[in-house]
Design a protein around this ligand. Structure first.
Ligand code: GLN
Length: 558
């Protein structure tokens, strides 16, 4: 896109920071802004800079950090990258996520190699340079690069990142970078007032490290009076139009329309002095909003998982179900069922009656798996739609092996620690140590590091003609994102297919089962990959769309 100022081949940078408190929805604001810039015809890429010391979130417990979002190119990233993709449709890449841990490990590797030629290694310039280099990647590909800094201003860990973005904007021509800061306006019920002081302090904190925000996004539970807006503008040294209100929303998918109504995208274009600003086309977001606010019915879906206390642990699944609901014009009411409760339950029926569909998500470790197996059995026997994702597929296969194919001790090697020697299970699911990626072989050992060593990222699969999944996808060749260490063993394929469980999706070399389904069940599908990662509100994933359709059908039957 052609406009004045900065040379055309260079991206403009929007740095997004947060203050006052955490969890203000910086990720969502960034994603919504990305969508609004796209609606005005610009191309965007979104990036996350996380100050924690883990090299990536792959090894963090979902309880700690929510879901791990996997990119096509196999990076294990922060769940904010999921928001970015869901709002912009731009597939995230490895180079869109960086943490202090990754920065430091790169710097230390270089130091050991002698790349710094004997210099003393310091945060400035060595760490900050590494961050700046990361910010540059792909800057000739898009109109806008949106970079969100995790945490809040003033955090010790965040300092090198703030210093790096300060330097970065200083190095660039004037007008190429802007800063957007999210804050909170707390409401004091006793005096009936919104307080601006925390925002002023947070902006001061930013200014003390050399960053002057161009735009302030103020979260507030109450309307911001004009007077307060003026006060914030004056004390924080931003234009009044650049003080943008962010009110609580019924659904995150209202964010683009809501931010547009508050003038966020206009304020951003003004800050870059892009004039005249191209008019936005918000048709897609109006449709999304309409579908979500006006459902014509409701279906109840049980998610039988392990990390049920924290919804963020299955963020993309919850969103993909919402998308499936939007496609079918129904509200999907998700209920989280703790699989461990089922572990010991004699009969799971009382827990699962009344649901029109059952979903068993991914997971790690043995805890809760017997419960998941029972959930799969219930779905199979009661003809309830079942979607098993990753571990949820493996559990469905174990259930079939034990209860239909007569392999009473079927289980997964994941639960029989390979080093311990004594085996409790017949390994229908085994530890995958060799596979093909593109045209090279990947190998793993039992005692490999835990971080980054799974079968990660996008892999192709070939679907069986005439299968449920081939109908649902409308094609027989697909690619989906993976994150697993264990795999269903094809040695059991014949036995399982004989009793009706079809291996309807395989890796192109025919070695790795990607999808299983019960041919004579209305909707029972297990997938080794994570379809939820690619679903978008404006393009629901076919599996989720059809899963909710089947659930809707069930609700008509009862
Ligand atoms: N724990 C299983 C494996 O590693 C499943 C992983 C998952 O559900 N993402 O294969």
């Amino acid at each position: 896109m052609n406009f004045t100022g900065v040379p055309d081949h260079m991206a403009r940078y929007i740095f997004i920071t947060g203050g006052v408190v955490s969890s203000l929805g910086k990720g969502l604001a960034s994603a919504a802004l990305g969508a609004l810039l796209q609606a005005r015809g610009f191309s965007v890429r979104l990036r996350k800079l996380d100050p924690y010391l883990n090299v990536d979130p792959g090894t963090m417990s979902p309880f700690e950090h929510g879901e791990v979002f996997v990119t096509d190119d196999g990076a294990e990233t922060d769940l904010d990258l999921g928001h970015y993709e869901r709002f912009t449709g731009v597939a995230a890449r490895k180079t869109d996520s960086i943490s202090s841990g990754r920065v430091y490990s790169t710097v230390l590797e270089k130091e050991r190699r002698g790349d710094y030629l004997g210099k003393t290694i310091q945060v400035i310039p060595h760490v900050t340079n590494e961050i700046k280099e990361f910010l540059h990647v792909g800057d000739d590909e898009v109109d806008f690069m949106l970079c969100e800094i995790g945490g809040t201003v003033g955090d010790i860990e965040g300092l090198p990142f703030f210093e790096a973005i300060r330097q970065f904007s200083h190095d660039k021509p004037r007008g190429q970078c802007i800063f957007m800061h999210l804050t909170l306006l707390p409401y004091l019920a006793a005096s009936g007032e919104l307080k601006t002081k925390p925002t002023q302090h947070s902006v001061k904190e930013l200014q003390s490290i050399g960053i002057a925000p161009d735009i302030l996004v103020c979260r507030s539970e109450h309307p911001i009076p004009e007077k307060e807006r003026e006060k914030i503008a004056l004390f924080c040294n931003v234009r009044k139009e650049a003080v943008v209100a962010a009110y609580d929303l019924k659904t995150i998918y209202d964010a683009p329309l809501a931010y547009h109504a508050q003038g966020l995208d206009q304020a951003v274009l003004d800050a870059f002095q892009i004039s005249p600003a191209p008019k936005p086309d918000l048709t897609v977001w109006r449709d999304v909003s309409d579908r979500i606010h006006n459902p014509e019915g409701e279906v109840r879906v049980a998610i039988v998982g392990k990390y049920t206390q924290l919804e963020d642990a299955y963020k993309s699944i919850a969103e993909a179900l919402t998308h499936g609901g939007m496609a079918n014009r129904v509200k999907v009411k998700v209920e989280w069922v703790d699989a461990e409760v089922f572990d010991k339950a004699e009969d799971v029926a009382p827990h699962l009656e009344g649901f029109q569909a059952i979903l068993v998500p991914g997971g790690f470790g043995e805890r809760g798996t017997e419960g998941k197996i029972k959930a799969a059995q219930y779905a199979r026997e009661h003809q309830v739609p079942y979607l098993g994702i990753c571990l949820g597929m493996q559990m469905a296969v174990i259930e079939a092996a034990r209860n239909v194919a007569g392999l009473a001790t079927a289980g997964s090697e994941e639960f029989d620690h390979e080093s311990s020697g004594k085996k409790r299970f017949e390994p229908v699911v085994y530890h995958l140590k060799e596979w093909v990626q593109g045209n090279h072989k990947v190998e793993r050992k039992v005692n490999d590091d835990k971080g980054g060593t799974m079968r990660l990222g996008s892999y192709d699969a070939t679907l069986k003609e005439g299968s449920h999944v081939a109908r649902i996808y409308g094609t027989t060749s697909i690619d989906e994102r993976h994150r697993h260490r264990y795999e269903v063993d094809t040695a059991y394929r014949e036995q399982l297919e004989k009793v009706g469980m079809t291996f309807s999706g395989m890796s192109p070399d025919g070695k790795l089962p990607e999808i299983v389904e019960w041919a004579d069940h209305p909707w029972f599908i297990g997938v080794q990959f994570h379809p939820e990662l690619k679903s978008k509100p404006f393009a629901p994933h076919p599996l989720f769309k059809d899963f909710v359709r089947a659930a809707k059908e069930m609700s008509r039957l009862v």
